[in-house]
Design a protein around this ligand. Sequence first.
Ligand SMILES: C[S@@+](CC[C@H](N)C(=O)[O-])C[C@H]1O[C@@H](n2cnc3c(N)ncnc32)[C@H](O)[C@@H]1O
Length: 249
Amino acid sequence: MLNPLAGKCSASALRHSANEPDGLLPPRWILMQPSEPALPRLPADERGFSLVGKIMSTTDWEERYQSGDMPWEKGEASPGLVDFLATHPKLPRGTVCVPGCGTGHDVRAWARAGFAVTGVDLAPSAVRLGRERTAAAGLAAQFEHRNFLRESPALPFEWLFEHTLFCAIDPGERDAYVEAVRRWLRPGGQYLAVNYLIPDEDGPPFGTTRAELLERFSPHFELLEEWVPRSYPNRTGLELMLWWRRKNA
Ligand SMILES: C[S@@+](CC[C@H](N)C(=O)[O-])C[C@H]1O[C@@H](n2cnc3c(N)ncnc32)[C@H](O)[C@@H]1O
């Protein structure tokens, strides 16, 4: 049985439409407008993506979007990414892949900074919302409905940005994740990751450590820099940014 909080969670991502004509139509729920206001926070265990996720062995991501059970949705890009782009204005502009892009806040941050960015997500609703919100913001970006772990890009990217996909997938898929980053990124390409260092084993989100990340990525990537970024308030001190370059081999 799903946790009773699930219904309450749904309301966190939806806003009631106040402009129905005189009650002739039933009330409807509409998605938050693309001005990207912050969404209300979940009352319980927000560090986890949801209580529902904790009792499911495999996450049905489309269902999570359909029911509005998306507590990872902060209404804004990762603060660590925003600061990175602001403090590195001279990076050569190139192609960027954002796997597990959700509704596209990080995609739009890269697009605003002048990169040719593609968001990839397994959930059709995430892709649709990403496209709608990006168009509404007057920005250009691609969104593709793809399985990042199983598929390959038409052309490997110059950058790949990770934010809450690694911790969202089953830990048994982590080898496949590293292989996927290598597949989607061209040799010499740059992998920028906002890693979520939590201890949880009953995710999503599933925890990791700096040591695990270095062990998994060092054979194939050269670490350029690492730092603790500015974070959403509930993740302060729990994130680590790692900036890697893919080795040529
Ligand atoms: C926790 S959410 C994070 C979304 C976004 N990165 C954010 O922080 O707002 C994880 C996202 O990854 C997507 N996802 C999960 N597995 C995936 C896969 N194998 N390929 C592509 N997307 C995937 C889900 O649909 C979901 O949108």
